[in-house]
Design a binder for this molecule. Structure first.
Ligand code: CO
Length: 218
């Protein structure tokens, strides 16, 4: 059987497996979704969103693109965040990067990459913001790993810049934004432990979109 036909065979086996333990599995799945997580990750085929989290259907609202980016003018990312926070009322928003990311590597390469240029420029901007730290790392692989982490951190800030994220957090105490990195070399998921309340505070000194004065900021 070729790999294409195998997909549909796998699907039939999956239905059998799911309904063996719960005959109403798909009946319940079709009713509604109520995920607690929004996951924003890289399109890389090796970094599966649900599998690495041990999550199943209905658990995670997912957005993936090259380099797990959240550009402030990207209609796709904006709509996903808005729907997840405003309508689904997710409790956690996760930006998950991964070591060995081709998008990060490409952005570290001095080359004209065509249509990828404006997209990867978001990562080059992260490099420029943190060039003092990154240029101080002489080992290229370590610098590459660090840029993966800093990119996740900056994309978390981009999530926090969204009005709906700020407003919901101020009124209801969620969503909380988290930065993760997946290590394909070991399978380990690392929480970068970003200080969300502190970052929110800093962001709101300039990007306060809550229509109210907070923390003595602008
Ligand atoms: Co990647």
């Amino acid at each position: 059987m070729d790999t294409y036909a195998k997909i549909f065979e796998n699907n039939r086996q999956w239905i059998t497996t799911k309904t063996r333990t719960d005959t109403d599995f798909f009946k319940k799945l079709a009713v509604d979704q109520n995920p607690e997580f929004l996951y924003i990750g890289c399109s890389d085929s090796r970094v599966t969103a649900e599998e690495l989290m041990g999550a199943g259907p209905g658990d995670v609202f997912v957005h993936r693109n090259v380099g797990n980016l959240v550009p402030n003018t990207d209609l796709n990312a904006m709509c996903v965040i808005d729907y997840a926070v405003r309508v689904l009322r997710v409790k956690h928003v996760v930006v998950c990067g991964h070591y060995g990311c081709g998008g990060i590597k490409a952005a570290m390469t001095p080359s004209d990459l065509g249509i990828l240029n404006p997209w990867l420029r978001n990562i080059r901007d992260v490099y420029r913001l943190h060039h003092a730290e990154l240029d101080g790392i002489t080992d290229e692989n370590l610098r590459y790993d660090r840029l993966v982490e800093l990119n996740v951190q900056e994309q978390c800030l981009n999530v926090i810049k969204h009005a709906i994220v700020q407003q919901r957090y101020v009124s209801e105490g969620y969503p909380v934004v988290h930065g993760w990195v997946f290590d394909m070399r070991t399978g380990l998921l690392k929480d970068l432990m970003i200080d969300f309340p502190k970052l929110l505070h800093e962001i709101q000194e300039v990007y306060n979109l809550t229509d109210q004065k907070l923390f003595g900021g602008k």
